[in-house]
Design a protein around this ligand. Structure first.
Ligand code: PEP
Ligand code: MN
Length: 269
């Protein structure tokens, strides 16, 4: 493992933490309160889960009110993935019903690479509510041109650049050498180049890069040696029992230790 530069840890950063998926109200309530206690300000939980093989696909629309109920009143910003324009409309409607001060971070996942949909989603979100931040993850394959293209499409849709965020979650390994058996291979140089060329904040998702608790912790350390603006980390109150991505989710205690090392936890917008 690379050596740790502690000075990196003292900088302020956007920290998004929370379970891979929203499973029950009880689960999300426990997680939200624990994360809030350690100083996290943005909590992730997916409602619509794209799956490699058929399986549980999340609570969908019925989880949206639960997510907003268990975060906004205690001062947390919720974060979730949308896959279709219809999902984006549901998010906008739910957020509007909570008033002008409500906020949410919405992200486009790496598998969602239909740019007609990406642009429509971005447009719906841009016009929908000013408390929406949009984050785009990199696509599955390692190509800078495509990654820059996602950013360009989102701006083209009229989404304001100050509410836009990028996220590096690694690239599908394919036949590349992968001695550490990472779930996805990071390319920090490419992430830095995209950050520089777009002028957009870039955070790292160590969970979907690492794929196991041990490698997630390593990737967090490695990310912090780089120019990154934040991290999105999967954290579960009972990781072994998680319905999705059980192997890679950190426990609340593991995550709490990490947060203590960050001087200032920022909000997304
Ligand atoms: C996720 O963050 O839950 C997710 C599905 O990630 P990705 O799009 O990076 O696979
Ligand atoms: Mn996940």
């Amino acid at each position: 493992m690379a050596s740790i530069d502690n000075s990196e840890w003292s900088k302020s950063m956007l920290l998004i933490a929370g379970p891979c998926a929203l499973e029950t109200r009880e689960q999300i309530k426990t997680c939200a309160r624990a994360l809030k206690e350690v100083g996290v300000r943005t909590m992730r939980a997916s409602l619509w889960k794209p799956r490699t093989k058929p399986g549980w696909e999340g609570l969908g629309e019925s989880g949206l009110e639960i997510l907003l109920d268990e975060t906004l009143p205690i001062g947390l910003t919720p974060a979730t993935e949308v896959l279709t324009p219809e999902h984006a409309r549901l998010v906008v409607r739910a957020l509007r019903s909570r008033g002008d001060l409500a906020r949410i971070l919405v992200w486009l996942g790496s598998r969602n690479q239909n740019h007609f949909d990406q642009r429509e989603i971005a447009q719906i979100l841009a016009d929908g509510h000013q408390g929406i931040t949009l984050m785009a993850k990199n696509q599955m394959w390692a190509e800078e041109k495509h990654w820059l293209g996602i950013h360009a499409h989102l701006l083209e849709s009229g989404f304001p650049k100050e509410r836009l965020l990028l996220c590096h979650r690694g690239f599908a390994p394919g036949n590349e050498p992968n001695p550490r058996r990472l779930r996805n291979l990071p390319d920090f140089q490419m992430a830095e180049s995209v950050r520089a060329k777009t002028g957009c904040r870039m955070i790292v998702d160590p969970s979907h890069i690492g794929g196991s608790r041990e490698t997630v912790l390593e990737i967090i350390e490695e990310s912090l040696q780089r120019s990154v603006d934040g991290l999105m980390v999967e954290v579960h109150c009972n990781p072994d029992m998680a319905l999705t991505d059980a192997k890679q989710q950190l426990s609340l205690d593991q995550f709490a230790e990490l947060v203590l090392r960050v001087e200032k936890v920022r909000v997304c917008a």
